[in-house]
Design a protein around this ligand. Structure first.
Ligand code: C5P
Length: 225
């Protein structure tokens, strides 16, 4: 069973995917972490992040590992745990270059399919999971939320990590990321034609998870008939 959750930055996809996976006893894949990991490796190597060949060579020559441990996605590069480092603001700001490298996307999508093939049930989240990576997924969701609400959520998350950031600045950065995610030629951010669009602006995380869970259970019942 493959469930895809796509949507713009800070729409709550990762948290929802993780909690839904817990409820369904499924595995989950945070594909944004893959783009972030390649970004971090490229920055560390001092590579030209607009050069696809350099990025591909980094992907080929480094050992990237993505694993789920105690409900958390653990990322390591060449044996070094970079789970926290890939969340750095510098990585976030540079990930768009990596995300628009077509050949690199193809390789990452291939890795995502390999990851999913090993699992009986998987919840996978990102931007192109329902459109490109898993067009035949059992059920597809597309989460949206008002940019200001997304900025508030991101601000609250930053606060828990001890950092503070101006709300308007966060909102502008989120909208900029949306634009760049929607505009790229390969794997752009958009709902699959058969995706269920859920507006989470006025919903709590628990309410979103319940909503998605209901739809997944409905779908499973239909498949059993
Ligand atoms: O979801 P997250 O913010 O961690 O994603 C980091 C970056 O990776 C995003 O800015 C987005 O451009 C890119 N991404 C992507 N395709 C995916 C997942 C993430 O292009 N499936």
């Amino acid at each position: 069973m493959i469930v895809t959750i796509d949507g713009p930055a800070a729409s709550g996809k990762s948290t929802v995917a993780r909690l839904l996976a817990e409820k369904l006893r499924a595995s989950f894949l945070d594909t944004g972490a893959m783009y972030r990991a390649v970004t971090l490796a490229a920055l560390k190597a001092g590579a030209d992040i607009t050069d696809q060949d350099q990025l591909l060579s980094i992907l080929t020559n480094s050992d990237f590992k993505f694993a789920v441990k105690e409900g958390k996605m653990i990322v390591s590069i060449d044996g070094v745990d970079v789970t926290e480092q890939i969340r750095d603001a510098k990585v976030t700001a540079n990930a768009r270059n990596i995300a628009s490298a077509e050949k690199l996307r193809e390789r990452l999508v291939h890795m995502q399919r390999q990851f999913a093939a090993k699992e009986k049930k998987i919840i996978t989240e990102g931007r192109d999971q329902g459109t490109v990576a898993f067009p035949n997924a059992n059920i597809k969701f597309y989460l949206i939320a008002d940019p200001l609400e997304r900025a508030r959520r991101r601000q609250a998350e930053l606060k828990t990590k001890g950092s503070s950031e101006n709300l308007e600045k966060i909102k502008m950065a989120i909208e900029e990321r949306d634009k760049s995610d929607q505009a790229r030629a390969a794997g752009p951010l958009k709902p699959a034609t058969d995706a269920i669009v859920v507006d989470t602006t006025h919903l709590t995380i628990e309410e979103v998870v319940e909503k998605l869970l209901d739809r997944v259970e409905e779908c499973l019942k239909k498949d059993q008939r």
